[in-house]
Write a protein that binds this ligand. Structure first.
Ligand code: B12
Length: 269
């Protein structure tokens, strides 16, 4: 006979409230045993089995922004987030739609932080967790030999890399080799890499829209000119103040649905 434990102990192991334990017991999702004193108790083996089952993917509605925000800010396990991302991909059909959905999740995280509903630490936990899980998914995707390369960066002063991580997921799923320069990359290094590595595309992201539009614009012009010289496509994403009048080699994406169309255009050019 497995060891019997109290509701309080089951709450601690599963990390849920007593009302949740009661509901699960009523639904027989967590079988309970009546003690001689008429109290509910649980077999440790049943509690552990439920914990392992729970840990396979995130509980709750996969398509609910609030559900995602609540689990991410609570610091759910990275492996669970990774598996849930794969499940979400199965449900929505492709990574472009997953990326647009996660963009809404990040927007909600930002709104809750701005209105004081979550702390700065919770915001950092949520964004760090998502970033790690996205990296785990992307690194598990194979790269075909001879695949065209895409270089990913944000410019000096821009630390928001999550939009770029979402773009990398979409671009990798479209059979590109991904080269991650990451946050705060100096313009001169990007233009140098375009000449040296000769990527087929360069993806830049800027989420802070209050950055001086002039400096973002001049940086963009320099990178655009290197792209033109080496026939690389420049993909600009995020809410940053990118110049409106971009040249022949540049594409501005508001959403990841736009990126799908851009990649189709680049591939057929
Ligand atoms: C997570 C987060 C952080 C994290 C970033 C971690 C990381 N690794 O990215 C940390 C904690 C570092 C951070 C820091 C700061 N942050 Co912040 N942050 C956010 C938050 C919650 C999410 C950012 C994000 O990833 N956005 C999601 C992207 C996916 O959204 P997007 O830029 O609109 O882009 C869309 C599309 O264009 C597309 N996309 C994005 N990039 C790309 C790239 C390509 C190639 C393509 C095709 C598409 C694409 O994706 C989105 C689709 O929905 C936002 C809230 C929000 N509403 O965005 C605030 C937010 C961006 N942050 C903000 C601020 C103010 C800051 C700080 C100044 C705070 C501070 N006082 O220190 C610093 C600035 C740091 C810096 N110098 O960059 C403000 C910016 C406001 C403004 N006026 O510009 C926001 C909007 C919060 C707010 N509502 O006030 N932040």
């Amino acid at each position: 006979m497995s060891q019997l434990i109290s509701t309080k102990k089951a709450m601690q192991i599963l990390g849920v409230a007593s009302t949740t334990i009661e509901r699960w017991a009523d639904e027989d999702r967590l079988p309970s045993v009546q003690t001689a004193e008429g109290q509910r108790s649980f077999r440790l083996t049943d509690v552990v089995a439920l914990l392992q089952g729970q840990a396979r993917e995130m509980p709750g509605d996969l398509l609910s922004v609030d559900n995602w925000v609540e689990h991410l800010t609570a610091g759910i396990d990275t492996a669970v987030v990774r598996r849930t991302l794969v499940e979400l991909h199965g449900r929505l059909g492709d990574w472009f739609q997953v990326a647009d959905f996660l963009g809404n999740v990040l927007e909600e995280v930002g709104d809750r932080w701005c209105t004081g509903k979550i702390s700065t630490i919770e915001e950092h936990i949520a964004s760090g967790l998502l970033e790690h899980a996205l990296t785990a998914v992307v690194t598990s995707m194979p790269t075909a030999a001879g695949a065209p390369a895409c270089l990913f960066a944000t410019l000096t002063g821009e630390q928001h890399t999550l939009g770029l991580s979402l773009a990398r997921l979409c671009i990798k799923s479209s059979a590109y080799k991904c080269l991650w320069a990451g946050a705060e990359t100096p313009v001169a290094e990007i233009t140098g890499a375009i000449g040296d590595i000769r990527p087929a595309a360069v993806a830049l992201s800027a989420s802070v829209w209050s950055t001086d539009a002039g400096s973002l614009s001049s940086a963009c012009r320099e990178i655009e000119s290197a792209c033109r010289e080496h026939r690389a496509s420049l993909i600009l994403g995020g809410r940053g103040a990118w110049p409106q009048d971009t040249g022949d080699y540049s594409y501005r994406c508001q959403r990841f649905e736009d990126l799908r169309a851009v990649l189709e255009k680049i591939n057929t050019a």
